[in-house]
Unconditional design. Structure first.
Length: 108
């Protein structure tokens, strides 16, 4: 069986779109909602919101693929990064911390 260039490009497009759950538009919307504006990608609130979005996506993936240990490890590292940012925000400004936790629904 021989693949044409048309078939290869189709396969490449499908393969490249697998990880596009967080494309540029979604990130801008996320930073606009939780940060000061769409270009404010460095604020603690924006980063925490981005990490939360990624954590939710990986959690859904792991519910379907229980034995994906690499993703599980990535999820644990991501939760640790978010926890460190939340700790930083607690020390820096407790009101901002409480606002972002309430907005994202991190505590029950």
């Amino acid at each position: 069986m021989r693949l044409d260039t048309k078939d290869v490009s189709c396969i490449k497009i499908i393969y490249n779109n697998i990880g596009m759950y967080l494309d540029k538009k979604n990130k801008e919307k996320l930073f606009k909602k939780h940060g000061k504006n769409a270009q404010d990608t460095g604020s603690a609130e924006g980063q925490i919101a981005l990490f939360t979005e990624r954590i939710n996506h990986l959690t859904g993936h792991l519910k379907k693929n229980r034995k994906d240990y690499n993703t599980e490890r990535s999820l644990v590292k991501l939760v640790g990064k978010r926890r460190a940012l939340l700790d930083y925000l607690t020390k820096k400004d407790i009101l901002r911390y409480r606002a972002i936790v309430k907005e994202l629904g991190l505590r029950k």
